[in-house]
Design a protein around this ligand. Structure first.
Ligand SMILES: *Cc1c(COP(=O)(O)O)cnc(C)c1O
Length: 369
């Protein structure tokens, strides 16, 4: 008899599943959610719209999620000024599923994906789980620098000649947005790689940071992925999307499961998009509290990395794992992303930030007393 461990696909043997801790703590600042609840007017709209579609749940949903794509395209047009059409847009249950569709369509056995570490841990995970070889590229020759070095990115692109390249802007977990010139140069350094720019946090970017959506015209291999999980305060709804060439989005129909977006998901996401301004109302406030959090950490003698996102990567800890645990003991859950001496802290409400900073101060004073 074989154990299931022996029967499972070889590349899965001994692997552990994705698992950011979901703990019941007073202050959860570990998964970059919005700390603000969905506004009541949107809650009411969602309740009405879900009640309206509930009677038709005997039928499969609109496989083409037509209305949702139109609303998403409208949102992209309005916020980027670019002529994005509904046919260019694709959506799925979270941008993780969008990324998985891309890997299923363009990666796979015998193919390679390149990313620049440290970056979003799901890029390698989704690639490898789907049989794609992952190459851990460097962001900078000096590992203590987190901005992506353009020359180095181009060199690595040429050297590895991958089928897929993941860029992340603003980058998770380091926080800064990418100069579009680097996206252009990486794209031009290869004739065959699909270049994915993961813009999960783009709405939190500092003033004057353009979206890679502006680079789409004339670049058929470029894809910009987005999510409603962060700026839209909608992580529980599971709705991610992308913009790319129409032909690209058309190809993803080959790998999606039939009717992958439920009628309920479509209704809920459309309701939120109809209230875009209300849903995004907290973004400016979060940008301010992020900057306050950054300054608060600097005032404690720590080394926060500049951020275009709703989180701050903070360096300067003697022992990041021990600090993580000590903060948790004080009811504050942050993220140990595995970068030595660093922790990632999501910007919370002003009260949550204060609690986190007070806990940090107490821990640091204990540490160095
Ligand atoms: C949070 C995050 C996502 C969002 O994933 P969803 O599946 O849409 O919730 C995607 N990319 C990055 C870099 C993220 O940090």
């Amino acid at each position: 008899m074989s154990s299931l461990q022996e029967l499972v696909r070889p590349e899965l043997r001994g692997q552990t599943p994705y698992g950011a801790p979901q703990l019941d703590v007073p202050v959860a600042l570990n998964t970059n959610e919005s700390s603000y609840p969905v506004p009541q007017v949107v809650v009411d709209q969602i309740a009405r719209d879900v009640a309206e579609v509930a009677v038709s749940l005997n039928r499969y949903p609109d496989r083409e999620f037509t209305r949702l794509r139109e609303l998403l395209a409208g949102y992209l047009r309005r916020t980027t000024g670019e002529p994005v059409t509904a046919q260019q847009v694709w959506a799925a249950n979270g941008s993780n599923e969008v990324l998985q569709h891309i890997v299923q369509a363009f990666g796979g056995a015998g193919r390679t994906a390149l990313g620049f570490t440290p970056s979003y841990s799901m890029h390698p995970l989704i690639s490898e789980r789907n049989g794609t070889t992952w190459v851990d590229g460097l962001r900078d020759a000096d590992p203590s620098k987190f901005d992506l070095d353009g020359d180095l990115a181009v060199d690595q692109t040429r050297r590895h000649d991958p089928e897929l390249i993941f860029l992340c802007s603003p980058n998770n977990p380091t926080g800064t947005a990418l100069d579009l010139d680097i996206v252009r140069r990486v794209y031009d350094a290869t004739e065959r790689a699909i270049v994915v720019v993961d813009e999960a946090y783009t709405e939190f970017s500092r003033e004057g940071t353009p979206s890679a959506v502006s680079l789409l015209p004339g670049r058929d291999r470029l894809v910009v992925s987005r999510t409603m999980s962060k700026a839209f305060a909608f992580a529980g709804a599971r709705l991610g999307y992308l913009a790319a060439a129409t032909e690209f989005s058309d190809l993803l129909r080959l790998v999606r499961l039939p009717y992958h977006l439920s009628t309920v998901t479509q209704a809920v996401a459309c309701a939120a998009l109809e209230h875009t301004d209300t849903m995004l109302a907290m973004v400016d406030k979060i940008k301010t509290t992020r900057d306050d959090l950054l300054e608060g950490c600097a005032a404690l003698g720590l080394q926060p990395v500049p951020s275009d996102a709703n989180f701050v990567l903070v360096g300067g800890f003697d022992d990041a794992a021990a600090t993580w645990q000590a903060l948790l003991d004080r009811g504050v859950l942050v993220r140990d992303v595995g970068i030595p001496h660093h922790l990632r802290i999501t910007a919370g409400t002003p009260e949550e930030n204060d609690t986190a900073l007070r806990a940090l101060r107490a821990v640091l004073e204990g540490e160095y007393a």
